[in-house]
Ligand binder design. Structure first.
Ligand code: MF3
Ligand code: CO
Length: 261
């Protein structure tokens, strides 16, 4: 069942997403070679709670942390650890959800660590572009398949592949609501989008083949060929003519400056 949100509810969701955007920026400030993913997780949990939010990934279906920290070939759901230290040339996706005002927010960003190879930066750029092309389709009268098509088309034209085991989703009072938002699809397929639908769009794009493996921890998904993957996610509200983007990368942009891609 899809829950359309009222304008008031959308504003509450925007507040939750604003805190999430600020949290990702706090993490951006400390991402550098030598920092552990567990340190990032502690910082995020403290920041979220200090600002009245609940880190809603923690304990979600038994997930142990506030953040998902996925490094290089890890696609999603990498578990923060004191044993994982970032090194120069890595990329790391920070994906997290916050519950504030009774509403979940959900956003992810793939960051460079130190100097990253140009071919990897290109994967990151293309993935972020694919996200925005998907968002362009999140307007009244378009269909879900239009979003998936826009993402898949952009990624595959660049020679990359779309990871299919994980999808975007409706979001609101629950972290995962209907509908599922696939990152691949056919134009004109799927349900018609309506004003007030709130969805998290989150392409996961692999440099090599799209096949993934789940590690023995039961969570961490990595590419089978161990080539890197990137993942950007924003929560949006479907509107006439133009989607209302509820999450924001603006605070990240301020922190990264010219390193923002
Ligand atoms: N942000 C993830 C998503 O989009 C949420 C993962 S929470 C976890 O679904 F608990 F599953 F890690
Ligand atoms: Co999500």
């Amino acid at each position: 069942m899809i829950f359309l949100k009222t304008d008031e509810e959308v504003e509450l969701m925007r507040q939750s997403n604003t805190l999430l955007g600020k949290t990702l920026a706090e993490i951006a400030k400390v991402i550098r070679p030598g920092v552990t993913t567990a340190a990032l997780d502690r910082l995020a949990e403290e920041y979220i709670r200090d600002n009245g939010g609940i880190p809603s990934c923690k304990n979600f279906e038994g997930y142990p942390c506030a953040l998902c920290t996925s490094v290089n070939e890890q696609v999603v759901h990498g578990i923060p650890s004191d044993n994982v230290e970032l090194k120069d040339g890595d990329i790391i996706t920070i994906d997290t959800c916050i519950l504030l005002n009774g509403f979940h927010s959900d956003s992810a960003y793939t960051f460079p660590v130190g100097e990253v190879k140009e071919e990897t930066l290109q994967l990151m750029r293309t993935t972020k572009q694919a996200l925005y092309l998907g968002i362009e389709q999140a307007v009244v009268g378009r269909r879900l398949g239009d979003i998936g098509f826009a993402i898949q088309n952009h990624a595959e034209k660049a020679g990359y592949s779309v990871v299919r085991e994980f999808v975007g989703h409706g979001i609101g009072r629950e972290m995962h609501e209907d509908p599922e938002v696939c990152n691949y699809g056919r134009r004109g397929n799927g349900i018609v989008l309506k004003s007030g639908m709130t969805i998290a769009i989150e392409p996961m794009i692999a440099m090599g083949r799209r096949n993934i493996i789940i590690e023995d921890d039961g969570w961490t998904a990595r590419t089978a060929d161990r080539k890197p993957a990137a993942h950007y996610e924003l929560s949006v509200c479907v509107r006439q003519g133009k989607a209302d983007i509820l999450s924001t990368f603006d605070y990240i942009k301020e922190v990264l400056g010219e390193r923002y891609i």
